[in-house]
Design a binder for this molecule. Structure first.
Ligand code: IDP
Ligand code: MG
Length: 181
């Protein structure tokens, strides 16, 4: 579905006559990695949604799914299943279900590892300035954002939060300038 543009040509982003969404024609086999990012209830309450989205956009990643939900304990228990035995598990569920979260799927080269770096350490006290947690949070229990920690984890989380039909395959018009295609 990737249209091959000529760098010296004049089509580029101006070929807007094509419909948005999945393309007809030659398949492009290099589908990029995806990860689940969520702005947690503290991030939404503190009006950080725009700034967090902006960081992923400006890095060059592509948004392929987005929704705002107030999450149930059911979905959160599954999402944080590995932490079930931790002493903070119940308070984590209470915090995460206390208000809306903005859940997103971002796509791009090496997006899982890159977004963990952009988000910073779990404990904001250890997260360097320049990371999302290092810039916007101070306490481990209110660290404003979630990011999948591995490709396998990302796949599970994406399936948990999004039906496949709600994720869009689309060609971002700058992708020949952000990745080698
Ligand atoms: P991560 O979000 O960086 O992947 P995890 O260890 O997977 O970190 O923990 C999930 C979430 O659980 C954290 O983002 C944070 O909201 C919460 N959490 C982790 N450790 C603590 C803690 O010691 N006290 C309170 N909440 C914690
Ligand atoms: Mg984690």
């Amino acid at each position: 579905f990737l249209t091959v543009y000529s760098l010296s040509g004049s089509r580029g982003c101006r070929s807007l006559s094509r419909p948005l969404g999945r393309r007809q024609g030659m398949p492009w086999t290099g589908r990029q990695e995806r990860t689940l990012i969520a702005v947690k209830p503290d991030g939404v309450q503190r009006r950080l949604v725009g700034q967090i989205i902006q960081r992923f956009e400006q890095r060059g990643f592509k948004l392929v799914g987005l929704k705002m939900v107030q999450a149930s304990h059911g979905i959160l228990s599954e999402h944080y299943g590995e932490l079930r035995t931790k002493p903070f598990f119940q308070s984590l569920l209470t915090y995460m279900s206390s208000g809306p979260v903005v859940v997103m799927v971002w796509e791009g080269h090496n997006v899982v590892q890159a977004s963990r770096k952009m988000v910073g350490q779990t404990n904001p006290a250890e997260a360097p300035a320049g990371t999302i947690r290092g810039d916007f949070s101070v306490h481990v229990s209110r660290n404003v954002v979630h990011a999948s920690d591995s490709q396998e984890g990302a796949q599970k989380e994406i399936q948990l939060w999004f039906p496949a039909k709600d994720l869009l395959d689309w060609d971002c018009c700058d992708q020949i300038y952000t990745i080698e295609v």
